[in-house]
Structures are given as C-alpha cells and as structure tokens.
Design a protein around this ligand. Structure first.
Ligand code: SF4
Ligand code: SF4
Length: 429
C-alpha cells in the first residue's frame, strides 16, 4: 500500500512504525474471510482491509479522528484472526494499537461513552475496586430491565455469588513438590482473580505438583491490556512498568526461569512489552520480560504432564481456542495435546478460528455484536456434543458460559484435576 506521510510525521517513531506496517498490506482482502465483524456486519469498513484504509487516512491526515473512523475501529475485536490469515505479514495488532491511542488523544467521545470507558479503566484492573463493583452489581440486578444495553451486559457477566478473595496480594511463594525443575513467576492478574480465584489456585497446584516453585511477585498486578485496548497509553504503560520492575527484581534476586500466564489475553500483551516500550529507558528490561513469558500450556508442554490419576470419568471437552492464544500467540497444539494426555477426548467447533465476542471489555462496550458472536460460538460448540467446554482465557469462559447450560472451565482446572487436584467446582453439580 502506498503511503504519503510527511518527513515531519515520520520523525515520530510510532508513525514511522505504522508507516512500515501499512506498506506491507497489498489490499488482497484475504483477511476479510476470517474477520468476525465482517461476517456479522457485512460492511467492508468492518473488515481488516477497510479498517486499515481508515487508519491510514486518519494517521496521514494528522487531523483529529472522526466519528466514522472511531465507530469502525471500536467495532474491531482485536481478535487478530486477520494476522493469522494475512499472507503478507501485516502486523495489524501494532497498527490498531497505535490507532486506538491516536483516537484516545484526538477524539472527544459522547459523555456516556466517556464515563463508561473511564469507569472500566478505573475499576477492572484493580481487584479490590472490582470486588466492590461486583457487590454493587448484585444490588442492581433487580433493576436490569430499566438499564441501557451496556449496563445490562455488565450485570449479565457479573457472578451471582462473589467468590472469596484469593489472598495473593503482597507477594507469595509456593514451593515445588519434590525436586525443583523451574522457578516461575505467575501473573496473578486482575479481573480473573476476582471472578474466579479457583483458576489461579488450580494453576499453582498444577505447577508445584510438576516441580515448579511459583512466585507471585509483590508489586505485579494488571498486565495493562484492558487499558491498552482502550488506547489509554499512560495507564497501560504504568501497569506494564510495575510488572516489569517487579519481575526483574525477582529474576535478578532469586532467579526466574519463566513468567507464566494463565489468561491468554494478558499473555499476548506481556509478550509485546518489548514493542510497547520501544525507545523507552525500560526497553531492555521489557524485552527480557517478553522473552521469558510463557502461556501455561507452553510451560506445561516443556515440563511434561504426569500420568493422569486412575478412575477419572471419560469426558469430552469442547475446546475453545481463545483468539489471544491461537492468533495473538500462535499457540494451537499445546492446550489440546495436554488435555488429550490428561485423558480427555477433545473436540473443536467448526468455526474454531472465530472469536466468541468476549475480547477484553468488548462484550461490555459492543454488546450487540458480542452477543451475536457468542450465539454462533455456543451453537457450533454444542453441535459437537461435548460434556463441558474449556478455554485458556477467563473472558471466553465467562462469555461462552453465560450462553450455554454446559459447564465452562479453564484448561488449568482440568489438567489439575486429572493429575491429582480437586474436581473443578463447575463440574460438581
Ligand atoms: S490479507 Fe493482509 S495484505 Fe491482504 S488486505 Fe488483509 S491485511 Fe492487507
Ligand atoms: S482484529 Fe479481528 S475483528 Fe479486528 S479486523 Fe482483525 S479479524 Fe477483524
């Protein structure tokens, strides 16, 4: 694609990087075939190619973002299916991240939208605030019928009963069982910890049982993805910098073999810290952290899963590949191979490359499109008649779980159960 940035514009490193990305696009349109929003809405401007043109025009013009461009960029899930499909290697993720930051800087949203985004950014990354908000949601549930679509969507996602706190604040170390094979830092995260602390508990049991000492580093918290995807660079960089410092201190202190992440949306972001901090004094440390980061399924494949315990029921798992795992990190084989090694039969929906509509806060900000995508995903999963659904990302688990009667669990909970841990609570009924 031809671009026409001025030399002054190209002096800005972020614009120079986006210029290089834009120039790799050959307008072939292959990406439209796998774009979920194009499939739902049928509008070229809601396809990757259409959005690339909009972003190019917006960045080249140097003018504030306009309402039309914002509408179509907001509708993008950042699912990155287009990156998997693109034969030309267009790095859509970095381009749309830049566009979102540009929009945040130059576009004044309507007051209700501004308030919603500010609230999400001020609440979700902070477990204590999020817990408080969920308590409030329980009180607001009887009035859901009177609320606008976005608030209704939030209430629908809130758990009926709030689980107890996980006690992972302030740094913890969980010793390896038997000889230590790895020392790893677990990203305890933010929203996942509150919505389902059982996922981290299962992950820690699984890792320690397999010889990993697990550290939850003091000072590490939200990875920054939630605010990053809203274009709020200052907030996302502050979260990321706190994590980088906490993990570097741990690595330079007692040593770390890996940073393990069990929420694939966060994993994609942490693996991109090196890029996020390009040109920043923190860049070398950010690069180091990105290089050390592993999805839980990657680390467990390296360590090797022990033989499953005897007497487990023969269950068929409908595996949902989170976009951040299959497209963002290109991890497709490992979770399924681990589930099979744990004794489960694994089936996948025929639209396994497509997003379920969760996409971070997307299902809260674009509830209509998200609901349509969930309906499609639940239908193709149920078509395979699984006993339960598993995914490696809390957002997908909540999103799909709210649209089906089948239990939806994290892959870590199944691997933990199969190797000696408790039965996942969602399967207990
Ligand atoms: S598939 Fe790649 S090169 Fe083709 S239009 Fe899409 S982004 Fe551009
Ligand atoms: S990230 Fe997903 S929704 Fe956005 S343009 Fe690419 S395929 Fe479409």
């Amino acid at each position: 694609m031809q671009t026409n940035f001025s030399p002054e514009q190209l002096a800005d490193p972020a614009t120079a990087r986006s210029n290089r990305i834009l120039r790799t696009c050959v307008h072939c349109g292959f990406c439209t075939a796998t774009c979920p929003t194009y499939q739902v809405l049928g509008d070229e401007l809601d396809s990757p190619r259409g959005r690339i043109y909009l972003m190019k025009d917006m960045l080249e013009s140097g003018r504030p973002a306009d309402a039309k461009t914002v509408k179509h960029i907001d509708r993008c899930l950042s699912c990155l299916a287009c990156m998997t499909t693109c034969p030309s290697g267009v790095h859509y993720m970095h381009l749309v991240d830049h566009a979102r930051a540009y929009i945040e800087r130059t576009y004044r949203r309507p007051p209700a939208e501004r308030a919603l985004r500010a609230t999400l950014a001020a609440v979700l990354p902070y477990p204590a605030r999020f817990r408080l908000a969920l308590r409030g949601a329980a009180l607001g549930r009887p009035f859901a019928g009177l609320m606008p679509a976005q608030l209704k969507a939030m209430l629908a996602m809130a758990p009926k009963a709030l689980p107890p706190s996980d006690g992972l604040d302030g740094g913890r170390v969980f010793p390896a069982e038997g000889p230590r094979v790895r020392r790893v830092a677990l990203l305890a995260g933010c929203a996942q910890r509150v919505l389902d602390p059982g996922i981290n508990a299962a992950t820690i049991r699984l890792l320690t049982r397999h010889g990993c000492e697990v550290v939850v580093a003091a000072g590490a918290g939200c990875c920054g993805a939630l605010t990053h995807h809203m274009g709020k660079e200052r907030e996302s960089h502050a979260s990321a910098a706190a994590n980088i410092r906490a993990w570097i201190a741990e690595a330079d202190g007692q040593g770390l073999d890996a940073i393990v992440i069990n929420t694939s949306g966060c994993g994609t972001t942490v693996k991109d810290y090196g890029w996020m901090f390009a040109g920043d004094p923190l860049e070398p440390q950010a690069q180091r952290i990105s290089a050390m980061t592993r999805d839980l399924s990657e680390l467990m494949s390296e360590v090797g899963l022990r033989e499953p315990v005897a007497g487990l029921p023969k269950l068929t798992v409908g595996y949902h590949a989170a976009c951040s795992l299959q497209h963002g990190q290109q991890i497709r084989i490992e979770p399924k191979a681990l589930l099979a090694a744990a004794g489960f039969a694994v089936v996948e929906p025929r639209d396994s490359h497509l997003c379920c509509g969760s996409a971070g806060t997307y299902n809260l900000m674009q509830p209509e499109i998200a609901t349509e995508l969930r309906k499609r995903k639940v239908a193709t999963l149920e078509e395979k008649r699984p006993d339960l659904i598993a995914a490696g990302n809390i957002g997908c688990i909540v999103q799909i779980g709210s649209g089906t009667a089948l239990p939806a669990v994290h892959t870590a909970e199944l691997l933990d159960w199969a190797t000696g841990g408790p039965k996942p609570p969602a399967l207990a009924a």
